[in-house]
Structure formats: C-alpha cells, structure tokens
Design a protein. Structure first.
Length: 204
C-alpha cells in the first residue's frame, strides 16, 4: 500500500484518483501508524518551497518518514515541490531541504531564456528519461505537464533520471536508490502520468 502524505499541501486527491485508475492501492494519510505500515510513500508538494518544508516539519511526520525511507529503504516518490524538497536547499527560500539527494533548486535564469519565454514554465513538455529507468517503462515519447519557476540544478552533483527543455535543459526528475522525484505533475499528465504511477506502484 502506498501512503500519500497529507501535511496540508499538494494535489493529494488527484494523486489518489490517478493511482486508483492505475490499479495501485493507496491511502491519503497523516497518521504515523499508517505510514509505518506502508510499502511505498508519495510526498506531494505545491507552492513555495519554504512553506512546504515548514508545513512538513510541523506535521510531526518527518521522523517516521525518514525511518521508513532512509533507514528501511522503502521507495518514495516526491512530486513537484515534493521533488524539490528532496534536495539540500532552494534559492526560493531559507529553509533547509531534506538533503536525501545532493544538489540545490534554482530559479529559471531569465537571461538564458529565449525571447518570449515566460516564468513560470507552465506547459506540456517532452521528457527524455535515462535509459531503461523503471519509472518510465512502457511510456512512449513521454510528455508531462509542468508548472514551476524553480528547477533542480542538474549540474550540482544531482542524480538526474530525466531531462526536459525550457529554453535550456533542466532536470525533469531525479533519483537515488529508493528515492525518486519528478518535477512535473503526473496526476495532470493523462496517460503518461497514469503509466508513471503504475510503474512506481509495480516496478520500483
């Protein structure tokens, strides 16, 4: 069973609905006892980095999640800001990230974007996965829906598992052993997101 972490942030109902369509059992929870029984975890996130980290730390769930993910090694998927939270820090704020993956989150550089490109990046965008990555298995010509002004700096010791391009190349997803994160919104990405959640439920 996948525990979708409810700490007051994120599109948790949309994620649960997409997992149900994918035939993957999940539950939305803010209970340490339920999380302790989970076989996998999804960490959602939306909005500002600092607000997400503050809400997560205030939830009281961080110790049980760190035990399950870092000590016990169960799979975790961070979504959107939930992906950014896996890193060490973000230019968007002052809060420390979880630091489970080395690297930082940076703002799209306006001087590197071609004329007419706006921040935030808000569109369907092609994604190029690393070869044979199980999260993308069976997804032909993957395209996902992005809404973000900040992205993970793929040149800063990050384990990049897929890239996308918005004026320049950036990390679309990252991973390290049992910990995975996607910058895009699978729950808003139709058949591509459906397959990705099925892959996380069945192949990771």
């Amino acid at each position: 069973m996948i525990a979708i972490i409810d700490y007051g942030i994120g599109n948790i109902s949309s994620i649960a609905n997409m997992l149900k369509k994918a035939g993957v059992q999940s539950t939305i929870t803010s209970s340490s006892a339920v999380i302790d029984q989970a076989s996998k975890i999804i960490l959602p996130g939306i909005g500002a980095f600092d607000h997400c980290m503050q809400q997560f730390n205030a939830s009281g769930l961080r110790p049980i999640i760190e035990k399950k993910v870092v000590s016990n090694g169960i799979p975790l998927l961070g979504v959107c800001v939930g992906c950014q939270m896996l890193m060490e820090r973000s230019e968007e704020g002052n809060e420390k990230g979880l630091g489970w993956i080395k690297g930082e989150v940076v703002k799209f550089k306006k001087d590197r974007l071609p004329e007419g490109y706006k921040i935030p990046h808000m569109s369907w965008t092609d994604v190029i996965p690393a070869a044979n990555h199980p999260l993308y298995e069976g997804i032909v010509d993957p395209r996902f829906y992005f809404v973000h002004s900040y992205h993970i700096d793929g040149a800063n010791g990050t384990s990049v598992t897929a890239v996308a391009e918005y004026g320049y190349s950036f990390a679309a997803s990252v991973g390290k052993e049992n910990i995975q994160g996607v910058q895009f919104h699978p729950e808003k990405s139709h058949r591509f997101g459906l397959q990705l959640y099925a892959n996380f439920g069945n192949n990771i």
